[in-house]
Design a protein around this ligand. Structure first.
Ligand code: FES
Length: 104
């Protein structure tokens, strides 16, 4: 059974923005898309650009380094140069509005 760990409150993750949190010794980006929270590695699979500093449009995040794009709902790389999938994390939000993550 996976252990979910609180990393933020829903109020910390406004719609359309990317928020960084610490999880298991690394940085994980959280995005709020129409009330659903997605969690993914902050580090682009191309050359480790910081995706939290990129642009988020709908479910697509654009890496600020070379313009690569990922679908945050699946982690799939949708625009090169990255070709490797992004690590995504399992998310649950409890009744108290706590965002909790578990390893992929
Ligand atoms: S580091 Fe992200 S596209 Fe190059």
């Amino acid at each position: 059974m996976a252990d979910f760990v609180k990393v933020a409150d829903l109020a910390d993750v406004p719609q359309g923005e990317v928020t960084l949190v610490d999880f298991q010794g690394g940085e994980v980006a959280l995005a709020n898309m129409n009330g659903t929270i997605y969690a993914f590695s902050d580090s682009c699979t191309h050359m480790a650009g910081r995706l939290s500093q990129g642009l988020l449009e709908e479910q697509i995040v654009t890496c600020p380094s070379h313009g690569g794009q990922f679908d945050i709902t699946s982690g799939e790389a949708v625009t090169e140069p990255p070709t490797e999938k992004l690590t995504t994390y399992r998310v649950q939000v409890n009744d108290g509005g706590e965002i909790q993550l578990a390893a992929p």
